[in-house]
Design a protein around this ligand. Structure first.
Ligand code: FES
Length: 66
């Protein structure tokens, strides 16, 4: 199983956007935007409601590189 993942996922970055969602990027392309404010009507995806809700949070980034 690990061998399969190592071939599929060469570079993964998870970014917590300031005052916004978690952006999951695989090989430089955003694959999914995950809600972290809890207000999205399309959970687990972000639908932009965090702006209207006034969600505030700091940004951070996790990199997983093979
Ligand atoms: S983070 Fe965008 S709707 Fe929750």
């Amino acid at each position: 199983m690990d061998a399969v993942y190592s071939k599929l996922l060469t570079k993964v970055i998870i970014k917590a956007e300031e005052n916004g969602p978690l952006m999951v990027e695989v090989d430089g392309k955003t694959t999914i935007t995950l809600c972290r404010c809890g207000k999205s009507k399309t959970q687990p995806s972000c639908d932009g409601t965090h702006v209207k809700a006034g969600f505030t949070a700091t940004s951070s980034e996790i990199k997983i590189v093979e």
